[in-house]
Ligand binder design. Structure first.
Ligand SMILES: Cc1cc2nc3c(=O)[nH]c(=O)nc-3n(C[C@H](O)[C@H](O)[C@H](O)COP(=O)(O)O)c2cc1C
Ligand code: SF4
Ligand code: SF4
Length: 424
């Protein structure tokens, strides 16, 4: 059995699976049951100054995949709507009862030194393990100068991080907003401010759809709506890219990362860890499927690590980072072509339509005597784009096969076809 225990910036947890700051971590009742189910840690739902935030009804909307499962989730909720005092009391009690689990407290107060100084001191008294600064909430709070309104200005990120480090001995994790052009600027700012780590991503500005009868976006609040924050499986590719950008950046490559965004199973978690994350956080999957999913996450990660011979998480943490590079360093002499397994092909023609209409006309259709069609790859025309493999409904029917080009590695900066070869 692999060892899943985690030491993330000095915060220990029995496994890397933490619940992200959100409704699952809103109160002691939820967090206690999450710990009973096996979650390694939680980031408590974001606390703010009293009076507590007030929420609207309704609050959530979603988009679904073809199986009816939630693939993207949208919310217009604010930070905690319970008083600071109740939250702090519950945090203290939960930490006492569960000393082996990570309990990090998420915070969002106005961008004023005294406000941050006061709240970090209050949290420190609870015995919590760390602070997470919510610079990411994209709805409601930015209108009040908080959340993404801070996260979108590197100078503010740096300043608030510096205050928190100055006034607290707890590890400070800066939670970044994806609603920016280049995530590296905010990560660098957090690093300059002295952050112990960054966590990402928070939710992405979104409108999931329009109710065409009411002519209103969802979720609907008395005939009106507002943009929300998007999360769930659909955002995972965006989150993975942002994590890799930070892990690859010379200024932040040593900055610990807590990976968040669309993590629904052990494989998603392993992907974030392979890109450098030291632990992961989950929200939507827990909201849609319940706390017990963590059991499958632990078992799945354990089994996979055993099969690969990895004894602890650090054995594969970051291994995918050096293989994630700039386009200009990819090998121009590498070639793959599609190959159709005729025994598996059901003759649906989807590969043919895709390649014929939008790719390289590299699939030949031959009508058969029995009225069916046979599809063959024209190797000389195939550019190895993967489109046919992506569209084929039969598993492993189309594989991409490497062709020996007899040419050595050569990237775009070395390629004679590059008009800027000598200057790039
Ligand atoms: C209903 C809801 C409320 C949330 N509230 C907070 C919050 O108070 N503070 C925070 O930092 N992030 C909040 N988030 C964002 C999540 O912590 C997380 O960053 C995001 O959902 C991406 O993870 P996921 O794809 O696993 O859901 C909230 C998300 C949802 C869905
Ligand atoms: S890999 Fe691309 S170019 Fe080659 S056959 Fe498939 S769709 Fe056509
Ligand atoms: S998409 Fe797959 S199953 Fe359909 S014709 Fe092409 S190879 Fe055959």
């Amino acid at each position: 059995m692999a060892d899943l225990s985690t030491d993330f910036v000095g915060i220990k947890s029995p496994n890397p699976f933490w619940l992200a700051s959100a409704p699952p971590t809103d109160k002691a009742y939820n967090v206690e049951r999450a710990f009973e189910a096996g979650w390694g840690g939680v980031v408590w739902k974001t606390l703010g100054e009293d009076p507590a935030a007030v929420n609207v009804s309704s609050r959530y909307s979603a988009i679904y995949d073809s199986y009816g499962e939630v693939s993207g989730f949208n919310n217009i909720e604010l930070i905690t709507d319970r008083s600071l005092e109740i939250n702090l009391r519950e945090i203290e009690a939960v930490k006492k009862s569960w000393p082996d689990r990570a309990l990090v407290v998420s915070l969002m107060v106005p961008c004023e030194e005294n406000a941050w100084k006061t709240i970090v001191k209050e949290v420190e008294k609870t015995g919590a393990d760390g602070l997470e600064l919510n610079f990411g909430c994209p709805h409601g709070m930015p209108e009040r100068g908080m959340g993404a309104a801070v996260g979108q200005v590197p100078e503010y990120v740096e300043q608030v991080t510096r205050w928190c480090k100055q006034y607290s001995k707890l590890p400070v994790i800066v939670k970044l907003t994806p609603n920016i052009t280049d995530i590296r600027y905010s990560a660098r700012a957090a690093n300059r401010g002295g952050a112990d780590a960054v966590s990402l991503i928070n939710t992405i500005n979104s409108i999931t759809g329009i109710d065409l009868d009411q002519m209103t976006a969802r979720p609907i609040v008395d005939g009106k709506s507002t943009h929300g924050g998007y999360c769930g499986p659909a955002v995972k590719p965006i989150a993975l890219n942002m994590v890799s950008e930070i892990a690859r950046d010379p200024e932040t490559q040593r900055l610990p990362i807590s990976g968040i965004g669309g993590i629904s199973n052990w494989r998603d978690a392993a992907e974030f860890i392979s890109l450098g994350a030291g632990c992961v956080q989950v929200c939507t999957a827990a909201m849609v499927y319940g706390f017990r999913i963590v059991k499958e996450m632990q078992d799945g990660l354990n089994n996979w690590m055993d099969s690969k011979g990895y004894e602890r998480l650090t054995d594969f943490q970051g291994l995918a980072v050096p293989n994630t590079t700039d386009w200009k360093y990819l090998n121009m002499n590498y070639k793959v072509v599609a190959d159709i397994d005729q025994d598996k092909c059901i003759g649906c023609g989807r590969c043919y339509i895709g390649c014929e209409d939008t790719s390289h006309q590299a699939i030949e259709l031959t009508p058969q005597a029995d009225g069916t069609n046979r599809f063959d790859i024209i190797e000389e025309e195939c550019v190895g784009c993967n489109l046919c493999q992506i569209t084929c409904p039969v598993e492993d029917c189309i594989t991409m096969v490497q062709k020996d080009t007899d040419k050595p590695y050569m990237n775009w900066t070395q390629d004679e076809r590059n008009p800027f070869k000598d200057v790039s």
